[in-house]
Design a protein around this ligand. Structure first.
Ligand code: ZN
Length: 240
């Protein structure tokens, strides 16, 4: 059994399609989405339709929340705000209803999924360091939890203390706990422009990080044609 676990699609249709094609090619049998299906890029409705039709476990991201509200409530910078206002106008009522009903965290098989943190999932804090991860571990009752939100792939492992490791091919040991960021499909921010996601080989106890090339030029062209801020197109090729 192989789970493809993906997050932060952010309305990037080309990256989403490339990741799903890779996952199918790699014989993934199950799919899980960690939220932020919309926001930033130009195909929010299409990405909502894809994930909704997959009928897989999903949790809510902060952009999903903001897009499904009548107007922005708080906490977004000018760039994210401009994009979310545009996004709201390009979603159907049905899309918004689907975004609204998403849960904050849930358990799938023997692992947990959440968008931001387990300690206060609805506050949308960012887990960048060991201290942030330690707070989340306090609320983690499964060996493995997958999260997103920072758009930076990597894992925190709790053993004696908490340390940060690269995923690549990460062997899961039952005696430890793992808080694993799968990276972002639609807007990576670790300096690598390629779409990121993870495959969880449940039977082998291995989590594998994947990076996938996609048709970046088309995504950038759509952002500019849509009248979204040009910076959103430029940052994609930098992985920032
Ligand atoms: Zn995001």
């Amino acid at each position: 059994m192989r789970f493809a676990i993906f997050s932060d699609l952010h309305a990037n249709l080309e990256a989403t399609e490339a990741v799903l094609a890779d996952a199918r090619e790699r014989e993934c049998t199950h799919f899980v989405c960690l939220g932020d299906v919309v926001g930033y890029n130009a195909n929010p409705h299409e990405c909502v339709e894809i994930v909704r039709k997959m009928d897989c476990p999903v949790v809510k991201g902060n952009h999903d929340e903001q897009a499904s509200l009548a107007e922005s409530s708080r906490g977004f910078n000018a760039l994210a705000e401009a994009a979310i206002n545009w996004t709201r106008e390009h979603l159907t009522e049905e899309d918004k209803e689907w975004l609204r009903q998403m849960r904050m965290s849930r358990q799938v098989r023997d692992f947990t999924i959440v968008h931001a943190t387990l300690d206060r999932p609805d506050q949308w804090a960012y887990v960048f360091n060991n201290l942030d991860a330690a707070a989340s571990f306090t609320y983690q009752h499964t060996t493995v939890c997958f999260f997103g939100h920072t758009h930076v792939p990597g894992a925190f492992v709790r053993d004696e203390g908490v340390k940060r490791v690269k995923v690549d091919q990460l062997m899961i040991e039952e005696s430890k706990k793992y808080f694993i960021n799968v990276g972002s499909v639609g807007q990576p921010r670790d300096g690598d422009w390629r779409a990121a996601y993870c495959i969880y080989h449940i039977d082998k106890n291995v989590v594998e990080q994947r990076r996938i090339k996609y048709d970046l030029a088309t995504t950038q062209k759509k952002i500019i044609q849509a009248g979204l801020p040009r910076l959103l197109a430029e940052r994609l090729e930098l992985g920032r």
